[in-house]
Design a protein around this ligand. Structure first.
Ligand SMILES: Cc1cc2nc3c(=O)[nH]c(=O)nc-3n(C[C@H](O)[C@H](O)[C@H](O)COP(=O)(O)O)c2cc1C
Length: 333
């Protein structure tokens, strides 16, 4: 778990990932604040291999709250660049998740593939073809800004019931044009985003996609669909799959330690692509088991890293991992 992993030109120093986690702490209009500097800086001091910044909105109307980070304007680049520098100085690889909330966005400008509401939310506007192209362009511009800010990993948020997931799932996509119907058509929006992003994102830096492997609802996405989508993403040059699940619709999910690992494992085995496993993983024994048995290449610790930014340091007393300033605390005796 503490061995490095090479992805294109980027060496990730260990297999521990901090997954994207919204902090709802951006200033008005999506700007970085001191909260982000302390929050991400602490996890970098704590030795996290890959830090993926929270869902950062490619369009203002695609934010999940009015205090989400934004990447829809060139003015956002400078604050994000400072976070990259902070993290890199401490040895972490810095990534960013770019996102659009679709029908689950905050505010009253909800857009989606179809005019189907998330339960107890307003009905979204179904995007026209020309509006779809404009949204794809905003992802392209987001990738350009992420590159300008110096991130080494870019993640496209295709999970958790947000805009891309809404296109992928037949439960939220009832379109009858080339963006709806068959899985091939439902994937088109995501694949066009990948292509647009690749025009701006350098070829030698890893591109990641996060998917919800299953919808946990009858008629929704299955792990077989996710394997097919991942195969296509690999063919399109995606380097790293981050496998989560659910959140398209309220559903009955059985939660327990490592409950989503089998999904990451299926993608890794069937598609032969590096993966991140995530979900209720807190113990280093479980992390070791997942990595050692080749069930995933990385393990993301979400809430555990919120509780304990020094999780990696506590896992091993090692001068190479610990910042020198803390060496006197390395051994407890
Ligand atoms: C406060 C919080 C914010 C989150 N925000 C995001 C997000 O921005 N993007 C995302 O893909 N997932 C988000 N998630 C989901 C986490 O990335 C992760 O998949 C989830 O917490 C399960 O992992 P855990 O059990 O280790 O916490 C969030 C989770 C939490 C707790």
């Amino acid at each position: 778990m503490l061995t490095p992993f090479e992805l294109k030109s980027v060496t990730i120093p260990n297999r521990i990932v901090m997954p994207a986690m919204c902090q709802y702490s951006a200033a008005e209009d999506g700007y970085v604040t001191n909260w982000h500097r302390v929050h991400y800086g602490a996890r970098a001091v704590g030795g996290v291999g890959l830090i993926i910044l929270e869902a950062t909105a490619v369009e203002k109307r695609g934010r999940l709250s009015n205090h989400d980070l934004g990447i829809w304007d060139d003015g956002h680049i400078q604050g994000l660049r400072e976070l990259v520098q902070l993290g890199k100085e401490q040895g972490s690889v810095m990534g960013i998740q770019i996102a659009h909330g679709g029908r689950k966005s905050w505010g009253d400008e909800l857009v989606a593939p179809s005019a189907l509401a998330f339960p107890e939310s307003p009905t979204p506007h179904a995007l026209s073809i020309s509006e779809i192209k404009a949204v794809i362009e905003s992802w392209r511009q987001g990738a350009r800004r992420a590159h300008a800010a110096g991130f080494d990993v870019l993640q496209i948020h295709g999970a958790h019931g947000y805009l891309i997931h809404e296109f992928l799932s037949p439960l939220s996509n009832e379109r009858t044009d080339e963006y709806g119907g068959t899985l091939e058509n439902r994937m088109r929006f995501l694949l066009e985003i990948v292509e647009a992003v690749q025009e701006e994102w350098p070829e030698d830096k890893p591109l990641s996609v996060r998917l919800s492997a299953v919808d946990y609802v009858e008629g929704g996405l299955t792990i077989e669909d996710t394997v097919e989508i991942s195969k296509m993403l690999k063919r399109h040059g995606v380097d790293l799959m981050d496998i989560s699940s659910g959140a398209l619709l309220p559903a009955d999910m059985k939660l327990g330690p490592g409950y989503q690992v089998p999904f990451a494992e299926a993608v890794k085995k069937e598609v032969d692509i590096p993966t991140i496993a995530v979900g209720l993983i807190t113990q280093s024994e479980l992390v070791q088991e997942i990595i050692f048995n080749g069930r995933a290449d990385f393990v993301a610790l979400g809430r555990e890293l919120l509780r304990n930014p020094y999780w990696v340091l506590e896992a091993k007393a090692d001068q190479d991992i610990w910042p020198w300033q803390y060496h006197r605390a390395m051994l407890r005796s």
